[in-house]
Ligand binder design. Sequence first.
Ligand code: ATP
Length: 391
Amino acid sequence: MNREDSMKAKRQTKPYVAVTPWLDPDAKPFIQIKGLSKQFDDFLAVANVTLDIYKGELFTILGGSGCGKSTLLRMLAGFETPSEGQIIIDGVDMAGIPAYDRPINMMFQSYAVFPHMTVEQNIGYGLKKDKLAKAEIAIRVKDMMELVQLSELAKRKPHQLSGGQRQRVALARALIKQPKVLLLDEPLAALDKKLREQTQFELMNLQYELGITFVVVTHDQEEAMTLSDRVAVMDAGKFVQTGTPTQVYESPRNRFVADFFGTINFFNATVISINTVTKTLRAELETTGTQLNANTDAEFSMGAEVTIAVRPEKIIVSQQLPEGDHLTITQGTVEDLAYYGNRSVYRVRSQSGRIIQVSAQNYHRAEALALEWDDLVYLSWDSSCNVVLAE
Ligand code: ATP
């Protein structure tokens, strides 16, 4: 088996093992961020952030424009000095350690590659600058090009590449110095939708393969969900919620997080009974008086005003009265509908006059729409889909 075949075989045989070190109380974090803040004149861009990231994790910091995520990343990289707090990487306090001496590399938003250099020259640039022996550089560049599937384009210049290929050159250039941590600022922002999806998978496989800790910054919730082991949702310089993609999507902590991840229906309600043994509560919706059950780990008092949140894809739309236990059922009229091929989205005006959004998978092949405007429909969903939010 030659070198190339062996590399390929190695990549194909590494079995995927889910790692969840954050659940292990004895696991030692690889990156520790403690009480980190950044003040720009009178503006607090990052406000007392604390976070542990584990070795080999693909961690994403997600937030809207201006929430402070790039500033946080730049402090990790050493391009920005914290106003307060501590960054520890692999047991070493990074205070006073310049960017070039940190075990970190950063791939920037614009992933600038040198236009006058070929793919292989771009990838080998960092090693050449470090004055490594020519033979060593040649081997490592060859391996890296193989890894990011650019071997056949080695002699091309960046203007002869597609956006996705240029992105891979930038990634290879960042990875070739074998950093312990790679920071990626909006790594896929410049790619169109299809290429972005494909590159997401490549990035995930590569990260898993190499076992390097990735910290990604993005404003794109879909990207954060598909890429990450864990996500921290950031707003106004603070982390609002940290968890796995399913935790933040299915069990958002508050309205901000729930709303940030796609579409969701909110209902104002009042708690009318609580069962602490089964951890369920019963709530009454504000306008219709409809009563519903919901599971919750949080503690609420009787009479508390809460928000019940339900994702559109959890709701089943039907023209017959649905049957079954533990269902929340309401009725309404189809006011808007959008057909996306694989699914349809309905905006149903309920009897209380509010709009409930439903996303329905189009399971059957049909030339006519299953439902039309003004159809009277039932909406039902399992009570376990009711998320109770306090704020
Ligand atoms: P985007 O996605 O738009 O890049 P972001 O979440 O990465 O947003 P940051 O670049 O971290 O945001 O900026 C956070 C806030 O800090 C912004 O309001 C920005 O204007 C401000 N800011 C960033 N750098 C400086 C600076 N050098 N001086 C003053 N204010 C700054």
